[in-house]
Design a protein around this ligand. Structure first.
Ligand SMILES: *[C@@H]1O[C@H](CO)[C@@H](O)[C@H](O)[C@H]1NC(C)=O
Ligand SMILES: *[C@@H]1O[C@H](CO)[C@@H](O)[C@H](O)[C@H]1NC(C)=O
Ligand SMILES: *[C@@H]1O[C@H](CO)[C@@H](O)[C@H](O)[C@H]1NC(C)=O
Length: 699
């Protein structure tokens, strides 16, 4: 046979509205695809504008500049003799669509609007676009003048059509069994999908499953990186044939352009489909899709053209461990944020606790990735690293040692009081030494006493800690003054530390509130949880602990054992002989429980009564119905009185499906009646009924 075909799918680190940069990355990917021998190139969703433009999709400019970029691509030399498929928004009859534009040799062949829009979780495509509802229908689209001038065309087909290259090799977007029946052999999925913790296998299974039964080739393209939002697009360009993976790109990488190619014998698709008589009968009855001819041979005859490109071997899918996902995902996202915001590095308040320790490890991991990329000769990473590190453009500096690079861009600070323990102070210092950050150790007692003095002058009163006989209110207020002063200090240091080192610019302040604390509202509003960005805001405490364990061995940070052994504490109350403030005691619930509540609330969509009903089964034999009722009510009480705090949290890397990321992922009110009278009564009635039932059984 020998009907070989080489196809390319791309993963691009696009940036919302950076039309110039996006254009250059698209062009580079086409160049690489061509060099690899591909005759068809697929790019990610909305690659010309960047996926995350959000309400900029309302603006006419966004559409105008997309056409302008397309016009440049149409005439580029490297784009000739190749079937090219790019993503951009297109308005047709005043209706906006999320489209693929497919072109060949200075002619636009087809504009294909998306038919099923993503509109859940982080996605809101229906806010800006309509979905195309006319199945198997194309209509005339009138090209704008800048395109007509290049292509000489005035109208082209717009709608649910398929592309048919020479020898009837048929291509179309998004897998659909009906199209497989209609003879479509190559399916394309141009996506803008973000990293979801422990979820890659779901995506890969879906893609493999699509062609396993009905045969076919499936190309998956995606963006990669932070394009200006909380999510991290996680690449993983894929090429699958008949359910087998031929090529899989990286999930986490600092590269701007990654092209994934594979060469296959397309006869295998026909052969897979050819021996199923019932399928053939179904297919002969299947309605036809409008076909648009592309005058290009996608396949080559190996006997005539030579076997230059041997067929790609199938391979097993590759998955990172959850610990690696934490190590790489937020690190890549931080790098994009750092270089794209043109900051000179990061500032992190290190408390000596586990959370800020994790943020520090992630920054260290980022430095490690930068050094590895530099070692691979990735030029734009080196150029960005030079700029971030404050080197002039003509410098020859190349980051080689993560610790050394950390010392240039990462500043940590322990902000203690007279009541901070020696242990936390020492842990922070040791960690800084291990990772090489520029560390400052300060005492802020004078600031706290200055606040108290002002208060005393104004009111004549001095609040006392609970351990000294003060009320709950005094106790909280005293803790909050310390916590909030830290935030003010953090921003001051972040602004001035580079000046001290004779450099320009400022540092980005990093926060370290984990997802469980956020959910429970266990933090002081506008304390160090307020920052520029928070890399761990989507990660649960349980996973953070596992990550620290992993990093101890895998990043060679022996020091981390000290953090694992320490009890989580905010250290805002004085330590006495028989009282040390502990997080889980303070919160009145464990981190383990918080993960369960969080998942039930958001993922399983439970209200208080629903959660109670679920936990009755989940915790059977562990807690009595009365205890479960107490726990659920306690959680909803704290959740509801603290929900207002989530409204001011800094952007964090979106990772957890139970993230309470306010107003974007988790849309809720911030003012609740926290007595939940109706709901809690139902819980109490439920618990009472269960107790009665079990007593009857005993009798
Ligand atoms: C394309 O891939 C995404 C995953 O990124 C998946 O959710 C979606 O269902 C796929 N589309 C089709 C039509 O297969
Ligand atoms: C530290 O503890 C001492 C003794 O318990 C107390 O008097 C003082 O107010 C505390 N200082 C701060 C800053 O909390
Ligand atoms: C909350 O609702 C209850 C009735 O369900 C009511 O008695 C109570 O006053 C409300 N709380 C506030 C603060 O209004």
């Amino acid at each position: 046979m020998g009907h070989f075909i080489t196809l390319a799918t791309c993963v691009l680190n696009q940036w919302a509205l950076d039309f110039q940069g996006n254009y250059e990355r698209i062009l580079e990917s086409i160049k690489q695809a061509k060099a690899a021998g591909a005759r068809y190139r697929l790019g990610p969703e909305l690659e010309i504008t960047g996926y995350g433009c959000n309400d900029h999709f309302y603006e006419g400019d966004t559409y105008l500049h997309s056409w302008e970029v397309l016009a440049k691509l149409l005439v580029a030399d490297v784009c000739q003799n190749m079937l090219i498929d790019v993503g951009m928004p297109v308005a047709h009859k005043n209706v906006k669509y999320n489209c693929r534009v497919i072109f060949l040799n200075k002619k636009v062949l087809l504009i294909r609007p998306k038919m099923f829009l993503a509109n859940d979780g982080n996605y809101r495509e229906m806010r800006w676009f309509a979905s195309w509802q006319k199945y198997r229908t194309v209509e005339d689209f009138y090209l704008p003048r800048i395109i007509s001038e290049v292509t000489g065309q005035h109208t082209i087909p717009f709608g649910d059509g398929v592309i048919s290259a020479r020898e009837n090799r048929v291509l179309r977007g998004a897998f659909h069994a009906g199209q497989a029946l209609d003879g479509v052999e190559i399916f394309t999925n141009s996506s803008g999908s973000h990293h979801e913790f422990r979820k890659l296998d779901t995506r890969i299974d879906l893609i493999r499953g699509a062609t396993r039964k009905s045969g076919g080739i499936y190309l998956y393209a995606n963006q990669q990186g932070c394009d200006g939002e909380r999510v991290y697009y996680d690449g993983c360009g894929l090429i699958v044939m008949n359910g087998d993976i031929l090529a899989q790109g990286t999930q986490f990488s600092l590269r701007d352009v990654e092209v994934v190619t594979a060469t296959m014998d397309i006869e295998e698709v026909r052969s897979k489909r050819g021996d199923q008589p019932s399928r053939m009968t179904q297919a002969s009855a299947a309605p036809a899709y409008p076909r648009i001819f592309a005058d290009i041979a996608l396949t080559y005859d190996a006997f005539k053209d030579g076997f230059d490109l041997p067929p790609t071997q199938t391979r097993a899918p590759f998955y990172h461990t959850p610990e690696e996902e934490i190590r790489y995902g937020p690190a890549c996202w931080l790098w994009d944020y750092l270089r794209r915001s043109k900051s000179g590095g990061f500032f992190l308040p290190l408390s000596g606790g586990l959370d800020s320790c994790c943020t520090a490890i992630i920054v260290f991991s980022m430095c490690d990735l930068v050094c590895k990329a530099a070692k691979n000769g990735e030029r734009h990473v080196i150029a960005d690293a030079r700029r971030v590190a404050g080197e002039p453009a003509d410098s020859t500096y190349v980051p080689e040692d993560p610790k050394e690079f950390c010392g240039r861009i990462f500043h940590t600070c322990y902000m203690g009081t007279e009541n901070s323990s020696k242990d936390t102070r020492a842990r922070a210092k040791h960690l800084a030494e291990w990772i090489g950050s520029c560390h400052v150790d300060i005492n802020m007692d004078s600031i706290v006493s200055a606040f108290l003095a002002v208060f005393q002058i104004a009111t004549g009163k001095v609040p006392r800690y609970k351990v000294h006989g003060g009320t709950e209110t005094e106790n909280l207020a005293l803790q909050n003054i310390q916590a909030r002063s830290r935030m003010v200090l953090a921003y001051m240091f972040a602004q001035l530390l580079l000046w001290i080192r004779g450099r320009t610019g400022a540092l980005l302040v990093l926060g370290s509130a984990n997802v469980d604390e956020t959910l429970r509202g266990y933090f002081t509003k506008y304390d160090c949880s307020s920052a520029d960005v928070n890399p761990i805001g989507g990660i649960s405490k349980i996973d953070l602990r596992k990550f620290v364990k992993y990093s101890k061995t895998n990043l060679g940070l022996e020091i981390l054992q000290e953090f694992l052994d320490a009890m989580p504490t905010a250290e805002l109350e004085p330590i006495t002989k028989d009282y040390v403030q502990g997080d889980e005691v303070d919160m009145k619930m464990t981190y383990e429980e918080l993960s369960i509540y969080g998942t039930l609330r958001k993922v399983a969509k439970c209200g208080p009564f629903g959660m109670f009903s679920k936990l009755i089964h989940q915790w059977r034999g562990i807690f009595s119905p009365t205890e479960i009722a107490q726990k659920v009510k306690l959680f909803f009480f704290y959740y509801s009185i603290n929900r207002h705090k989530t409204t001011i949290l800094p952007p964090s890397y979106h990772m957890s499906p139970y993230s309470p990321d306010d107003n974007r992922f988790d849309l809720r009110p911030f003012l609740y009646n926290s007595s939940w009278t109706w709901q809690f009564r139902r819980i109490d009635e439920g618990a009472a009924a269960l107790n009665k039932l079990s007593e009857q059984k005993k009798e």
